[in-house]
Design a protein around this ligand. Structure first.
Ligand code: IVH
Length: 667
């Protein structure tokens, strides 16, 4: 071995050791400049003797060349998410479900780190690939960026092959200094450490990512057979041994009361941590018990995430603005003095309708309490009455449409005010926006701003006009380049071959949702067939009621609509159903052609998910239990439908029975 080679080896060892002590153990043994000095020595050697530049050299921490995209990679096993608990009751139910199934249990309580899930693959002890969670099935290859995170070992001491998973995050300190630097450069700051971490990991230039000081906590291993562990706790200890960073605040507990105490402790102390957490994760500790409990389609049954309650803040209600939806409903929106809530700045929140404003007695100029429902959608909870100024007047909705000035009406039995002018500009624009939306014609790139401009410039007045757009119509619009126009025209061209249900849904026929559009398109196959349909025959389709049938028939009888459809046909917009015929679905013999009713509250999936899954197996999911119902799947608190099924002697399954069957079928 040459001297240089042995020095390179020595530098690797020292730099890896210092990184480990500093970033994993939080216990540095040398000053920062000592690390930097050795790193530069290594960089110099590698520049002079490229043959000594190893793939796992500590110099990769400074980042490499920029990439043009991130490659999409399938996960070996899906990266699932966790079911949520929002209060003590949810947690006690979770505990009861577990104990009913497996008896005595020990839990591992962990902090729920507010970052991004990542998977790290090691081959023969070397870090070879790091992925984002993506949609759970496919992630993006962000290996180069992850290598810049010092807490991730580039190699471990044992020549083992496995995958570990955890949360990459930005420590609060890094976040604050990053935002300070951004402010100094007049750049938009990141709203919270999670966004900052996400932005950094999605940098195509890993040199930039290296400047963002990220870290990671590993919390699970993908395949326990690669580890000597019988419990989650032993697996985490083994990860510690191997040099990974795990969160040390974890705690094993034996009872749900101890879980509650752990939650209380961290609810009180979360602000003292060096990183953000958004809840607590509770996991069944023993791996053999985890195995018995298994998974639903989305999440493990052996774990749950307790989410901290949404943050509430007070701000000022500056004004109430009105927006007009596609169907003419007028919705009041609160215009707020911008305020930070749960990480992002909020300046608008829906007030839903006039009744809500009056019930809560919300007045312009009030101090109002804001929170984010599900930590996403901002909501006004109430006014702070003792801060109300004397001249704050009760709010009254206008009598006329703010867009077209037509008189507004309140339809009997509805809380909403509506503009019933069919030519109201605001409604027409909303209708166009709906037509191109994802579940309808799915025309990418045709956003609200573009549609508004095209409408105002008289380029599109109805949905068919979209297919008549030319380059010349689009190029003059704000922020439109050649490339963007080409992409947009391509997307429009592509949408012409959509299946009939997308077009039907996109037309915005009152009461016609995605599901009914699908059912009708499948049943009738073509638009021309649909033109001949009567209310009676439509109502013969299960799930289609009188109101919807009437709405569809009236809509299709209208001469203007017939002309619109002809205008679409002229441009070769597809008018046939292209999806799979449910009757031709192979399905599963257990469910195929069975009539099934879902009732009660399901815990492991939504009703919709259960229903879609059953439909794919060829079952017909109906609403009410009759003598011809083959099976009732009853969740919690099932009421009269369950009683009826018992009376008829219909087969009844619990949610657990159903999930077990799903697991059997899906293997
Ligand atoms: S365990 C099967 N443990 O929370 C999923 N997740 O939906 C196993 N998270 O996306 C996840 N801290 O990224 C687990 N200590 C922890 C966690 C944690 C944060 C994230 C994770 C996941 C989400 C839960």
């Amino acid at each position: 071995m040459t001297d240089i080679q042995s020095r390179v080896g020595e530098l690797h060892r020292l730099l890896n050791q210092y990184s480990y002590e500093y970033y994993v153990k939080d216990n540095p043994s040398v000053p920062d400049n000592e690390y930097d000095k050795l790193l530069h020595e290594l960089i110099d050697i590698e520049t002079q003797y490229p043959e000594y530049r190893a793939e796992d050299s500590p110099t990769v921490r400074v980042g490499g060349s920029a990439q043009s995209t991130f490659e999409k990679v399938n996960h070996d096993t899906p990266m699932l998410s966790l079911g949520n608990a929002f209060n003590e009751e949810d947690l006690r139910k979770f505990d009861q479900r577990i104990r009913d199934r497996i008896g005595d249990v020990e839990y591992m309580c962990e902090l729920k780190i507010d970052g991004l899930a990542v998977s790290l693959k090691y081959e023969d002890g070397r870090f070879v690939q790091g992925l984002t969670r993506g949609d759970g099935t496919t992630g993006e290859d962000i290996t180069e960026n992850l290598k810049t995170i010092h807490a991730i070992p580039l190699k471990i001491n044992e020549s083992r092959t496995f995958e570990v998973r955890g949360e990459a995050y930005m420590p609060r300190k890094s976040f604050f200094s990053l935002n300070e630097a951004k402010a100094a450069n007049d750049e938009q700051p990141f709203a919270n450490p999670r966004n900052a971490a996400a932005g950094s990991l999605r940098q195509l230039d890993s040199k930039l990512a290296a400047k963002r000081k990220l870290s990671v906590f590993l919390y699970s291993v993908n395949d326990f057979t690669q580890f000597n562990a019988d419990t989650q706790s032993e697996a985490l200890d083994e990860l510690d041994q191997l040099g990974f960073k795990t969160n040390q605040e974890r705690q094993r507990v034996q009872t749900i009361d101890e879980v509650m105490a752990y939650i209380k402790k961290w609810t009180d102390q979360r602000e003292d941590l060096a990183y953000d957490i958004d809840g607590i994760v509770i996991k069944v500790n023993a791996l053999d018990q985890q195995e018995v409990l298994g998974f639903t389609q989305k999440s493990p049954r052996w774990a749950i995430a307790y989410k901290f309650p949404a943050e509430e803040v007070v701000t000022e209600l500056l004004d109430i603005e009105l927006s007009i939806g596609r169907t003419g409903v007028v919705t009041p929106t609160a215009i707020l003095e911008p305020v930070k809530v749960a990480g992002t700045t909020v300046s608008r929140a829906s007030l839903h309708n006039e009744d809500l404003i009056h019930d809560k007695d919300i007045r312009i100029g009030d101090s109002v309490v804001i929170k984010k429902a599900g930590d996403i959608i901002p909501e006004v909870i109430k006014s702070v009455l003792d801060r109300r100024s004397k001249d704050a007047a009760t709010y009254h909705m206008p009598t006329h449409c703010p867009s077209c000035e037509h008189e507004l009406v309140r339809i009997e039995g509805e809380v909403a005010l509506r503009c019933i002018n069919p030519k109201c500009q605001a409604q027409l624009v909303e209708g166009l926006i709906h037509f191109v939306s994802r579940q309808a014609m799915n025309i990418d790139g045709l956003g609200t701003k573009i549609i508004q401009q095209l409408y105002e410039n008289n380029k599109i007045k109805d949905v068919a006009d979209i297919f008549y757009l030319t380059k010349d119509d689009l190029l003059p619009l704000e922020r439109m380049g050649e490339k963007k126009v080409d992409n947009l025209l391509n997307a429009i061209e592509h949408a012409k071959s959509n299946s009939l249900e997308q077009l039907l849904f996109g037309l915005g026929i009152r009461h016609l949702g995605v599901k009914a559009s699908q059912v009708i398109a499948e049943k009738y196959g073509t638009m021309d067939e649909l033109f001949n349909v009567t209310e009676e025959t439509l109502m013969g389709i299960h799930d289609i009621g009188h109101k919807l049938a009437q709405s569809v028939v009236t809509y299709l009888e209208n001469d203007d609509i017939r002309a619109l459809i002809d205008k679409l046909k002229e441009k070769n917009v597809n008018m046939t159903y292209k999806g799979v015929k449910t009757s031709e679905l192979e399905g599963h013999p257990e469910f195929k052609d069975k009539t099934i009713v879902l009732t009660g509250k399901l815990n492991q999936m939504t009703r919709n998910e259960a229903s879609n899954w059953l439909a794919l197996q060829g079952a017909k999911v109906t609403n009410s239990v009759t003598k011809s119902t083959d099976l009732v799947i009853a969740g919690e608190d099932a009421g009269s439908k369950l009683a009826k099924a018992e009376k008829f002697g219909t087969d009844i399954w619990s949610e657990e029975d159903f999930v077990q069957k799903q697991n059997e079928i899906e293997g």
